[in-house]
Design a protein around this ligand. Structure first.
Ligand SMILES: Cc1ncc(C[n+]2csc(CCOP(=O)(O)OP(=O)(O)O)c2C)c(N)n1
Ligand code: SF4
Length: 321
């Protein structure tokens, strides 16, 4: 089968159309729209509680041109499974996709996600990762990066922002031995298109993990989302890879590692970070760089401070506030 590899091959018809209520510049909306466009009209979409449920369809209005369903927050894996089973029962064939936030995926929906992955259900699970529970007012999730301000990881005298490092959800899902897992960025659009197309073709459980900048949550300029996505890859905050039938492959490697400060300084959520915290985050990225790319991380920017001091607390994100 011919694969689409560039912007001009993307279908013109939108499945998530104009009239939705996302903030201008929302990376979540751009990603959902492009994925839905490539999956096409023969698709059933499920969205759990999240920004997308609010800006995409509030009864009696809807921006979806495909059949669309919403029930609850924690069950994307279970509901998509049920939709696929119902279609099969009626001898209908359609792509079934669930599009959930990071809170609904990394945290509250993890059990249903793991169940669907373990059963190798024939659905696509998309995680739109804006690195916090944005819809309810910017609370931390286990996708929130180290150092970020959120309303539940505030900036106090002793602790400044989130103390935990981001969970690697794509690796967790890949460890269920599913046919296809990939990480996506809209700033790398050819790679993005190819991965969605592959997910559409493969049968069994597919997981797409997408980095989606949030304007108020990241405290960024609406025009900066795509460049921030690109910087996320260049600094190692986001790695573009796929795992197909258990075989991992990096799909894009930056020529050089950009210091993480370039990424942090565009976003208000990091503006309080101390030099020690920035060094801590840089060290974590350097370890990640070695793990993903199988090569020594460059020095500079890689300098290793001690890890223990900052992580040695009782697990309460409000500790020390
Ligand atoms: C069981 C349950 N707990 C809490 C909520 C309230 N709630 C609705 S949306 C949301 C946040 C969703 O966060 P995320 O999945 O990251 O998506 P985003 O808002 O960032 O799009 C929460 C906590 C709910 N709807 N159901
Ligand atoms: S709050 Fe963030 S994720 Fe939600 S619609 Fe606005 S920009 Fe998009």
């Amino acid at each position: 089968m011919t694969r689409m590899t560039s912007m001009k091959d993307v279908p013109r018809e939108d499945m998530l159309t104009h009239g939705h209520g996302a903030c201008p510049g929302c990376g979540y909306a751009a990603t959902a729209k492009n994925i839905a466009k490539m999956l096409g009209p023969n698709t059933v979409v499920y969205v759990p509680a999240s920004c997308l449920v609010v800006f995409g369809a509030l009864y009696p209005y809807s921006s979806w041109k495909t059949p669309y369903m919403f029930t609850a927050f924690e069950n994307t894996g279970a509901v998509t499974t049920g939709i696929k089973a119902a279609l099969r029962r009626r001898h209908l064939d359609a792509t079934v996709v669930g599009m959930a936030g990071d809170g609904g995926t990394f945290d509250i929906g993890l059990q249903a996600l793991s169940g669907a992955a373990e059963r190798n259900e024939d659905v696509i699970y998309v995680c739109l990762d804006n690195e916090a529970f944005m819809n309810t007012g910017i609370q931390r999730s286990s996708a929130t990066p180290f150092g970020a301000w959120t309303t539940t990881t505030p900036v106090g005298l002793e602790v400044k922002g989130n103390r935990r490092f981001k969970k690697d959800i794509a690796r967790i899902v890949a460890d269920h031995d599913v046919p296809y897992v990939a990480t996506l960025s809209v700033a790398h659009f050819t790679d993005f298109v190819r991965k969605v197309q592959k997910a559409k073709e493969v049968r069994g459980f597919r997981f797409l993990h997408c980095l989606t900048p949030c304007i108020p949550g990241w405290r960024i300029e609406p025009s900066k989302g795509v460049s921030i996505n690109r910087l996320a890859v260049d600094t190692g905050m986001w790695t573009l890879y796929e795992v197909e039938n258990g075989v991992p492959k990096v799909t894009y490697k930056p020529k050089a590692m950009t210091p993480v400060t370039e990424y942090l300084k565009l976003q208000g959520r990091f503006k309080h970070m101390s030099e020690a915290d920035v060094r801590q985050l840089q060290a974590w990225l350097c370890a990640k760089w070695r793990a993903h790319y199988g090569e020594e991380a460059p020095s500079p920017p890689c300098v290793m401070p001690g890890h223990e001091e900052v992580l040695a607390h009782d697990g309460d994100p409000l500790y020390g506030i």
